[in-house]
Design a protein around this ligand. Sequence first.
Ligand SMILES: [Zn+2]
Length: 175
Amino acid sequence: MSTSDSIKQNEQGGLKMTENTNGSQDEKFVPTCHICGEKHWPHHMLIPCFNKHKAKAKAKAEKREKAESKRKAKAEAKARMRAEARDKAETEAKVKAERKAYVDTLAEVEQSLRAETKARANAEETVRAEREAKLKAEEKTKAYMETAARAEEKQKPKLSPEMMQRPKPGHTARH
Ligand SMILES: [Zn+2]
């Protein structure tokens, strides 16, 4: 690397640097006005922005527009909410009615089932009671017959042929 080469490079680099900084500062940089929000240099110490009134009016209009759109959105949301609430209430009422009908039907079915079960139980009870009564009657008859047979058996030897043939006193008195 020779001495002249390095000097040349330095000069080129330096030239490039000044070109860049000068260019960006002169052409691009403009401060943003804090009054109107546009990019411009302050016009005067006392009147830094000519757009002051314009900017105020614009801000006012924007504010009004914003408030209006906000109000509109709010009204729309309210209407939508009211519609949703109405739909919900309708759906709930429908569901409630359906549920009530279902419960009523279920209750009816249950009641008829209960009545049927009761009737069946009653019928079964009647059959059972009848069977029991019949059994009891049969037992009674059997016991009675047994007693009668036993009594006959006991009486037989005691009765003498004489007593059997003799008529009763009352019987003869009437004739
Ligand atoms: Zn301005």
